[in-house]
Design a protein around this ligand. Sequence first.
Ligand code: BYC
Length: 318
Amino acid sequence: MSPQINLEEEFQAKIDAEIKIEPKDWMPDAYRKTLIRQISQHAHSEIVGMLPEGNWLTRAPSLKRKATLLAKVQDEAGHGLYLYSAVETLGVSRLQTIEDLLSGKAKYSSIFNYPTLTWADMGAIGWLVDGAAIMNQVPLCRTSYGPYARAMVRVCKEESFHQRQGYEIMMTLMNGSAEQKEMAQDAMNRWWWPAIMMFGPTDAESSNTEQSVKWKIKRHTNDELRQKFIDATVPQAEYIGLTIPDKDLKWNEDKKSYDFGAINWDEFWNVVKGNGPCNKQRLEARNNAHNNGAWVREAASAYAEKRAKRMAAKAEVA
Ligand code: BYC
């Protein structure tokens, strides 16, 4: 048996025994590559995900709403930072990872390429988008790569607060005037299907799931998580009087879950390929933010250089 095969078998045995893989452990190149891809896409999603909600910070209907939304958007920035740190432990530089986003080479979640047209969209995003994120990310607290799993624990606690604040916005609107109810239903109509698509292509079309499940990077398939999300969310919608925009949605007593209508995969791939309603706007905003922050990076690295020289001179004197 070649030493490589031995290493791979030992690696898989560790995964099967639920032992976490740590940065300095041996890992197959493909495992490292998959993690770099998934964690960096996840980090980019958190950062780009600040934009649609950031759009409403100056127009929140009260000081309390503004403070809550501000805290949520800041949490997303924090999530991005933990995740960029986790990617760095795999041997890629943060700058390279960020450049891949800015050039359009790297993917980020399709959901953030839709516009936020009304205040109710803040409710729909918190409830549905963060709700979908929790469904996907709670199992990631047990993902096989240690730094990713540990980052996800705090992320999930915060996502849970985000989901509740979103649902509470929807509930308030549904207890309000006819116009407010209409606004909430309109947001539901626009965000439901994109939220369902967030889980990624069907298992039959998903190129990465089988191997990622074997490596316990993913604990569930895309379709399993999508179904769990639908089953959990339909009663929440019914409770506050919202209608799910899917005429084929129906409880299936045999499988004890909901059947649902066909997903528009052409729309999904179109958005993933960069042609969604806001893709260009999102990348432009990120590039502008990066360029406007150049002086901060220069100042910080000049200071670091100066400090290193001072320390070296001190060491010489001593
Ligand atoms: N959008 O083989 P598959 C958040 C790509 S942030 C765009 O199933 P995988 C939040 C996929 O990358 C939410 N692309 O892939 C933030 C792959 O292409 P590549 C983000 C998508 O990786 C702020 C191809 O399609 N969450 O929650 O096994 C405010 C085939 O797919 C999407 C995460 O990133 C998509 N929706 O499974 C509020 C969680 N779906 O890379 C909320 C971590 C698929 O081969 N990520 N693609 O060229 C994951 O769990 C997995 O990466 C996915 C996809 C389930 C997303």
